[in-house]
Ligand binder design. Sequence first.
Ligand code: MN
Length: 256
Amino acid sequence: MTSSSQPFSLLISDLHLSRTEPALVEHLYRFLDQVAPGAHALYVLGDLFEVWLGDDTLADPLHTGVCNAFARLADSGTRLYFMHGNRDFLIGQSFAASCAMTLLDDPTLVDLHGTSTLLMHGDSLCTDDTGYMAFRQQVRNPLWQQHFLSRSLAERIAMAKDARAQSQAAQRDKTDEIMDINADAVATVLRSQGYPRLIHGHTHRPMLHQTALDGHLCERWVLPDWRPDRTGWLRCTAQSCQYEDFAGPIDFARTA
Ligand code: MN
């Protein structure tokens, strides 16, 4: 099944690392030390950090520690890829390069051990959340980003705090359905990419969805978020993908 001699790749997302949750950072170090070595590739599909205010914060010991751990894995031969999430979309080429990570566009279509696989963070599929989609369009604009990054760090911290408070206030009025993936948005992207397997994070609702679309059976794997008492990743080989944590394979519920 998941024999270690078989080529494999790993996918993680939504670790939401911060200085206030040291257990999460310890989980990541354990993962990079014990699980990831030997992988062909490690894909980090966004929200690695709870917040990212610019690559000039690299002096932060959390950032340098994580970066060095990734770079060590890359040195051992594993290819490292990073896709932006909605929390760390400001991670730039400079940080990525210093951690030996290659930045990926969202979405990116890859050949994952022989299976055409579309990688996304997932937030762009939550099209029912019109308030968030408008915010996303604003902050993904290069001019907005240039303006934000030109502020002092203190100003950026204040702006991020404001944005977070506004987002939390808005979320109180949103139902679970509004904040989940929109099925039509998934169908549109799968059609446009030739019906690949889809792997994404963001919703914190790990599950394998198998749906028929235009006569194609499409798999959609949602990655788990990490918590002090829960981790999880996807291990993919030429045969299949499998959820795992430090104890072994996990079965998140499946939907037909
Ligand atoms: Mn997210």
